[in-house]
Write a protein of this length. Structure first.
Length: 171
């Protein structure tokens, strides 16, 4: 029983950082969607839906991190892994974003195929792509920071952010 509790705790702690990041990110996107769609009559996501999506995205990132192809460029400049991981995570986020919209249409359409057809016809594509661009920027930021922490070390990054640069780097 103790091993199970330790494993659950380990999984929870591993998921905490991306969950918090994506929770804040998706709440920000939800606010932007409210502003973009105000007065259009288009259904918006509830805070609960946004929270569930953040947890799913955080778990998807952790699962993607277990794939052997995710860290293709560990010995090259950081930009390689940042761009690669951003592309992978953005693909996952896009699929989740698309599925979230599809579920909204599925409720009224009755079948998966009809929902997909209705969604493709009625979705406000500029809004969809605006959200995707925002996700791209935020995921790029996430991957950049994560790679910097991987290379520099968590403790060193924490020290730099909260206590200033090391004395040798100060002028």
């Amino acid at each position: 029983m103790k091993k199970l509790f330790e494993k659950i705790k380990e999984e929870f702690l591993a998921m905490l950082s991306p969950a918090i990041f994506f929770f804040i990110t998706l709440q920000l996107i939800a606010v932007i969607r409210v502003l973009m769609l105000k007065g259009t009559g288009i259904a918006l996501s509830s805070p609960f839906q946004v929270t569930v999506a953040a947890l799913i995205l955080a778990k998807a990132v952790l699962i993607a991190d277990l794939m052997p192809f995710i860290n293709l460029y560990p010995h090259k400049p950081l930009i390689y892994n940042v761009v690669w991981k951003t592309a992978i995570y953005l693909l996952i986020a896009t699929l989740i974003h698309y599925a979230e919209r599809l579920v909204e249409f599925w409720k009224t359409a009755g079948s998966f195929a009809a929902a997909n057809e209705k969604m493709l016809a009625e979705i406000v594509w500029p809004h969809f792509w605006a959200v995707q661009i925002l996700l791209l920027v935020l995921i790029l930021y996430y991957c950049t920071m994560r790679e910097l922490v991987r290379v520099i070390g968590r403790d060193k990054v924490f020290e730099i952010f909260f206590f200033g640069p090391p004395r040798t780097a100060r002028t």
